[in-house]
Each structure stands twice: as C-alpha cells, then as structure tokens.
Design a protein around this ligand. Structure first.
Ligand code: HEC
Ligand code: HEC
Length: 303
C-alpha cells in the first residue's frame, strides 16, 4: 500500500474515505430519527401508474441496523488492515507478506524432498521416475513458457528433447545453462556478405546444405561467400561448431526457420536468443532435479 507518489495523495484518499463513511452514518441516523410530516400509515400523496402510492413509513429497524453494522465493520477493517491511504493496518498484513509466508511454509515442506536427490549425481536422478515426476512439474512452472510443455521448443527456443545441443547435453553443462543462462548471438552479416543478390545466393547455399529445394547456380555462388564468411563459425561442412555455439545448418532442425526468406532475415539482421539465468529462482535442489529432467529428455544421452 505504498504506491502513492507522495504523502498528500495518501492523506487525500484517507480523508475522503473516512468522511464519506461518517457522512453515510450521519445520513442514516437523521433519516431513522426524523419522520415525514404525515402520520405512520398515511401516504405521502405521491401516486404513480394510477394506483401506486408511496407510504410514509420509516425504514425497518433491522434494515437500518444492517447499514450501521456495515459502516462499523468498514471502520474496524480499515483500522486493522491496509486500505486507508498508505496506512498499513494494525495487523501489518500485506499480500506480499502472506505470499512470502506461504512460500516459506511450502519451502519447509518440500525442500527436504528436493534436497534428498542432491547426494545423487544427475544421471542417477534422471533414472528415477519419482524424481522425474517432480522435475517435470518444475519444468512446467519455470521453463514451459519458452521451451513448451513438451520441451520441444519453438521459433527461437531450442528443442530440449532431441540430442542436438547448442551448449551441450552433458549433465553439468545442462546445469550451467539453466543456472547461469546463455546468450546465443549470430551477428548481422548482411553488410559483410554484400548486396541482396549475394545474400540470396548464400541463403540458397544454406538450403542446399540440408537438401532443401534451392537454385543450384545461386548456391554455387553462395558457397564462395559461405566459405569466406560463415565457415569460421558454422564450419566448412556447415555442421556448426560447438566452441562458438553456432547452429548446425545441415539438419532438419531449425531454430528460426529454413525458408529462404527467414534465412535471408537471419543473415541480414542476425539473431540473438537469450536463455535467462535462473539462479535467483531455483535453489540447489530444484536446479538438480531440473537438470536431471532435461537430461532424461534427450534420447541419445539416455543410453
Ligand atoms: C525466456 C525464455 C526461456 C526460459 C524461461 C527458459 N529458457 Fe532455456 N533457453 C532459452 C533460449 C532462447 C535458449 C537458447 C540460447 C541460445 O541460442 O544459445 C535456451 C537454451 C536452453 C538450454 C541449452 C540448450 C542447448 O542446446 O545447449 C537448456 C538446457 C535450457 N534452455 C533449459 C531450460 C530450463 C530447464 C528452463 C527452466 C528452468 C529454461 N530453459 C527456461 C529460453 C528460455
Ligand atoms: C560469429 C559467428 C557466426 C558467423 C560469422 C555466422 N554465424 Fe550464423 N549463427 C551463429 C550462431 C551463434 C547462431 C545461433 C544463434 C542462436 O543460438 O540463436 C547462428 C545461427 C544461424 C542460423 C539460424 C539457424 C536456425 O536453426 O534457424 C542461420 C541460418 C545462420 N546462422 C546462417 C549463417 C550464414 C549464412 C552466415 C554467413 C553469412 C553466418 N551464419 C555467419 C554464429 C555465426
């Protein structure tokens, strides 16, 4: 409750709130204690729709009391809980405080379960169905928004379920990827490659590498550019180099897409993809379980 830019607005809201509640009370009180001019049972003389007339009876007592109780409840609430400007309330309750307490409680309950696996190495944990069930749920919470719920990734997000790795599929490498994050950078190469025709030639050569339909004459010219510029990072065979974490361009697996237009865009503008660090979100136990879960997804490494 401290989102006010300055004290004035907090006070302003608080005064308006209290004054309106008191005003409601006063209004109710005057209405309940004063009578109209006529006697009870008489009509006020107002008539609608021919025969619908307004009686001069006071409001029912129980109904008035409900209103008074509501106002009293409101005032007591505002003393105990936040709601009056930036005043925090006698109980010191806050939604963040409640969240933190619940987190703390959950941590106490589950941390031992998570930490239980820390003494085993990642391969061993990856063979334990119970641990994988926990790891899978953690994955849905922390990772699925980027890597998809089946870990198969999508445009700009790598598939974690295959045995193709940008940074590496060894247990400790996976752990480092998750803990510290990774940034994959393909620099913009348009200006280096040359004009639009040169770029198109190079894109056709890239397509030829994975056997996709391409213009052979263009690919021939593009190959020269590729060897001079791209091979440094993607290798002369285009299979990518682990040292620079570049992509394998000879397989079916595209992180951004293999159409001519997308490849041209990749070459011209470059690509940056960021895997954020999860250091602050995951303690050692969770990190260990997640690493094991990701490790278990790779068909090649499982054997
Ligand atoms: C904000 C999106 C995002 C989230 C959330 C995210 N990742 Fe990633 N992750 C990426 C991107 C993008 C890359 C590719 C980085 C690159 O190109 O070098 C990546 C790469 C990886 C890699 C390396 C893959 C390789 O081929 O070497 C692993 C392992 C990984 N993520 C696991 C996870 C796990 C486990 C989680 C959940 C704790 C997670 N990621 C959450 C975006 C994300
Ligand atoms: C400085 C190193 C470097 C150079 C030079 C380089 N690349 Fe890349 N390239 C990368 C990296 C790293 C990635 C992966 C980016 C990521 O992880 O998001 C990449 C990704 C790509 C992709 C995306 C593949 C996919 O799966 O969608 C294509 C296509 C590509 N490069 C083509 C080229 C071509 C063509 C050239 C030459 C004109 C070139 N690259 C030059 C480092 C380089």
């Amino acid at each position: 409750m401290s989102d006010f830019t300055n004290e004035f607005w907090s006070l302003y809201i608080a005064v308006i709130t209290v004054v309106s509640m008191i005003a409601c009370g006063v209004l109710l009180y005057t209405f309940s204690s004063t009578r109209g001019t006529g006697a009870e049972g008489e009509t006020t003389g107002h008539t609608w729709d021919g025969d619908l007339s307004e009686s001069n009876n006071p409001l029912p007592r129980w109904w008035m009391w409900m209103f008074f109780i509501t106002i009293l409840f409101g005032l007591v609430y505002l003393v105990l809980y936040p709601g009056l400007g930036s005043y925090g309330g006698l109980f010191g309750w806050s939604s963040k405080g409640q969240y933190d307490a619940e987190q703390q409680q959950a941590l106490q309950q589950y941390k031992p379960v998570f930490d239980n696996y820390l003494s085993q190495d990642i391969q061993t944990v990856a063979a334990n169905p119970e641990a994988l069930a926990i790891g899978g749920r953690l994955f849905q919470t922390y990772c699925a928004q980027c890597h998809q719920s089946d870990a198969r990734g999508g445009k700009g997000f790598p598939n974690l379920g295959d045995d193709i790795w940008i940074w590496g599929g060894e247990p400790e490498t996976i752990k480092t990827s998750i803990r510290d994050g990774r940034t994959g950078v393909m620099p913009p190469m348009g200006a280096v490659v040359g004009g639009p025709e040169d770029i198109k030639d190079t894109a056709n050569y890239v397509r030829s590498l994975s056997g996709l339909e391409h213009d052979a004459a263009r690919a021939e010219k593009g190959k020269v550019k590729f060897m001079a510029i791209c091979a440094a990072c993607h290798g002369v065979d285009g299979k990518g180099k682990r040292e620079v974490h570049s992509a394998n361009l000879t397989d079916e697996n595209w992180e951004y897409g293999g159409t001519e237009a997308i490849i041209i865009q990749t070459i011209t503008k470059g690509r940056t993809s960021v895997m954020p660090s999860h250091k602050h979100l995951l303690d050692d136990g969770k990190l260990h379980l997640l690493s094991a879960y990701v490790y278990s997804l790779s068909p090649h490494l499982q054997k």
